[in-house]
Design a protein around this ligand. Structure first.
Ligand code: 5AD
Ligand code: SF4
Length: 477
């Protein structure tokens, strides 16, 4: 099959002002179902809401029943090899649905679509549609075309301007919402595939983001996350990320505001001061350090030294004494010595993070680090990662145990994943707190005494009774 013929309009930037007449036609005639699974980071979950919104416009309604759908979409992640393996394995599982229903359309979205388009199209026969992160406006059109002609469809051009600024994401009900504020990354850390799969940095309009926050507030949302691959690079006209954060904080003073992810190189004093100034900006910073060795940081092209990073951490604690801090760490980057590894452990001990996301280095094709020898044996990789996790867990337990007996204001977000008898709430600095749903107790006379009623979306004061490395257990007072 001639693949070049299938590439739809891949040379033009998306035209947001004109609507393709065949799109309107397809909206009228479609009443189809789409099932979507999301893999990877929060940005992908936020993108799924954009895709669902675009699909909805053209008559595709979301279903959660994979056995009764016209379209299955996988929104994929390429950050590490095992993320891609997961999707390939899932594609094998999906064969049975295609056998049962040969008209079923299967599509791959996101970073894998961008990175592995040829492999997916040529070697995975069940994949019909492929759309990269900047091509989501075309997804319903690609699917309609596949249904009508049986031909495969692909759209993977990266854009310098696409931000989906005008699209209102189709969010699931809840009190937490994501607002994507910028897309792409220009940092080119030598291990990272994101600049290749998501393209150059671009930011949404400040006014539109603030208006979106206002609308969410009116809809009963209590907690918003401003999202981007590197939110500190946000730039719209003369406004930087601190300006945006301030404007959102002022516009929706009742809401909690958080953000992720930031790069230490761009994290300014102005941002820390803004966070400290507004009560509704949560005291929580996720700041990936990646390594505690200057030599490794240089080889990763991280653009800061350990001392500069530690200074940012010290400053944030100075300005926000009970700030919650977390990080990402890559263990066993090519050439990492035992001394480099110990320096990473030292940084963990020095900062005393509340939590850390830890990974063993995974070589990614096309990145600069891919061409460095992946020279650390498996046994060493397992041991070093284990040492990092063990140390961090010990620190997390110590920090959390210090909170026992204290009272914190928490926002009740949902029922707990493990039991409907408990709610999952969160502190300002991003700690999960489990509280009982039923605030009453049975008195000695055998009567149920209700102390106070509370529900999802309420802010309550919770007295912490117990803690482990990941969770606090509390009662409402
Ligand atoms: N190998 C391992 N971890 C990686 N990350 C990004 N690329 C790689 C890779 N090639 C981690 C970094 C980043 C987080 C989102 O994923 O720690 O901050
Ligand atoms: Fe990847 Fe580095 Fe950009 Fe983060 S800052 S997305 S790790 S290139």
């Amino acid at each position: 099959m001639d693949l070049t013929r299938l590439i739809l309009n891949n040379t033009a930037e998306p035209d947001k002002t004109r609507v393709n007449p065949s799109f309107i036609e397809s909206k009228i005639k479609n009443d189809k179902k789409v099932y979507i699974e999301t893999y990877g980071c929060q940005m992908n979950y936020s993108d799924t809401e954009i895709v669902l919104s675009v699909m909805d416009e053209f008559g595709y309604n979301e279903t959660t029943d994979i056995n009764d759908t016209d379209v299955i979409l996988l929104n994929t992640c390429s950050i590490r090899e095992n993320a891609e393996h997961k999707v390939y394995k899932r594609l094998d599982d999906l064969k049975k649905y295609k056998v049962r229903n040969p008209n079923l359309v299967i599509g791959i979205l996101g970073c894998m679509a961008e990175r592995l388009r040829d492999d997916l199209l040529n070697k995975r026969k069940i994949v019909d549609v492929i759309a990269g992160p900047d091509e989501y406006r075309k997804v319903p059109h690609l699917i309609d075309n596949t249904i009508e002609t049986g031909e495969k469809g692909i759209a993977v051009k990266l854009s310098r301007v696409e931000t989906y600024d005008d699209i209102t994401p189709l969010r699931r009900e809840g009190i937490t919402a994501w607002i994507s504020i910028m897309r792409g990354c220009d940092k080119f850390c030598t291990f990272c595939v994101v600049p290749f799969t998501r393209g150059r940095e671009r930011s949404r309009s400040l006014t539109n983001i603030v208006n979106e926050a206002r609308r969410l507030n009116e809809d009963g949302v209590k907690d918003i996350w401003l999202l981007g691959q590197n939110v500190n690079s946000y730039k719209f006209e003369d406004n930087d990320f601190s300006d945006l954060l301030r404007e959102v904080a002022i516009a929706v003073p009742e809401m909690r505001i958080r953000y992720t992810t930031s790069h230490p190189y761009d994290l300014s004093m102005k941002l820390l001061e803004t966070m400290a100034k507004y009560d509704n900006i949560c005291n929580y910073i996720h700041l990936p350090v990646q390594s505690g060795s200057d030599r490794v940081l240089k080889s990763m092209n991280r653009l800061y030294t350990v001392e500069q990073y530690l200074n940012v951490m010290r400053k944030s604690r100075e300005l926000m004494p009970d700030v919650g801090l977390s990080t990402d760490i890559i263990s066993c980057f090519p050439g990492e010595t035992e001394d480099d590894h110990k320096m990473t452990l030292d940084v963990i001990s020095e900062v005393r993070y509340d939590g850390a996301y830890t990974f063993v280095y995974s070589p990614r094709e096309n990145t600069k680090a891919y061409y460095l020898p992946d020279d650390i044996d498996q046994e060493t990789k397992t041991r070093r990662l284990d040492e990092i996790i063990t140390l961090q867990r010990k620190i997390s337990v110590e920090i959390n145990k210090e909170l026992v007996g204290k009272t914190k204001k928490v926002l009740i977000e949902s029922l707990s994943r493990k039991s409907d008898d408990f709610y999952m709430a969160r502190t300002d600095c991003n700690k999960s707190v489990i509280i009982p749903v039923e605030p009453g107790h049975v008195s000695s006379a055998g009567e149920l005494v209700i102390k106070q009623q509370y529900k999802i979306g309420d802010f309550v004061n919770a007295k912490i009774n117990k803690a482990n490395s990941a969770t606090l257990f509390a009662e409402v007072i």
